[in-house]
Design a protein around this ligand. Structure first.
Ligand code: NAG
Ligand code: NAG
Length: 211
């Protein structure tokens, strides 16, 4: 039994699988992906649409031992929108970032902007939970030496979308500042986002509720 559990946890660490989760505080339902080794839950809801671009509701729930946690919408560190969250006293901070190749994550240009959904963003002595509306996270244009490339998430995909997470046990240098420098990650890995589970016809209602 123990070996079986260890094997399960090991496979979960390489690509985190999703399940449906409904927030008891708001009744908002998400596709949840848990990084078990750090106790961090990534939750995503998307509108019932056939194609990008679309807005994304993101919730990150973490213990206070986690200094920051982020998601990369294109599944890698560079050239895709990154949404990073952390606790600041009894509030949480959402930060939109974009990492060109060869640099540490920096404040994002407008393509990865977001609006906080503040009602459900909070932190206490043991945990923090960020809820944010990500605009510009489902479709983006990346320019590199290889040229200009537009990429998007496919809400109609039946295979899971490959997102990535990164997290650190170190708090950002200036927690009150959404453009704060953040430390190198302590852990990173893949998140398998199930679009069918994330998709909800109540998306607009959820956004209203959380605004
Ligand atoms: C920080 O917040 C401001 C105001 O909401 C926003 O305009 C800016 O894009 C945010 N910066 C980052 C890095 O998220
Ligand atoms: C802090 O918030 C989390 C998540 O909402 C909750 O599970 C936990 O019981 C809270 N802790 C305290 C000390 O209130």
């Amino acid at each position: 039994m123990r070996l079986f559990l260890t094997a399960l946890l090991a496979s979960a660490a390489s690509s985190v699988m999703a399940t449906r989760y409904c927030d008891p505080a708001t009744s908002v339902c998400y596709d949840q992906m848990v990084v078990a080794s750090y106790g961090v839950a990534y939750r995503v809801a998307i509108p019932d649409v056939a194609a990008a671009p679309f807005d994304i509701l993101l919730q990150i729930a973490a213990p206070q031992s986690v200094g920051w946690a982020g998601v990369a919408w294109g599944g890698r560190m560079t050239l895709n929108p990154l949404t990073v969250g952390w606790a600041n006293n009894d509030k949480t901070v959402a930060s939109s970032r974009w990492a060109p190749p060869g640099t540490t994550p920096c404040p994002a240009p407008t393509r990865a902007r977001r609006t906080p959904a503040s009602r459900a963003s909070e932190a206490n002595s043991t945990h923090w939970t960020l809820t944010a509306l990500c605009r510009g996270c489902s479709q983006w244009t990346a320019t590199s030496q290889r040229g200009t490339n537009t990429e998007s998430l496919d809400p109609a995909a039946t295979a899971p979308a490959d997102l990535a997470y990164a997290l650190s046990v170190t708090l950002p240098a200036e927690p009150a500042n959404n453009a704060s420098r953040i430390s190198y990650h302590s852990a990173r890995g893949a998140l398998a986002l199930d679009m069918a589970v994330a998709k909800t016809s109540k998306f607009d209602e959820y956004v209203q509720l959380l605004s």
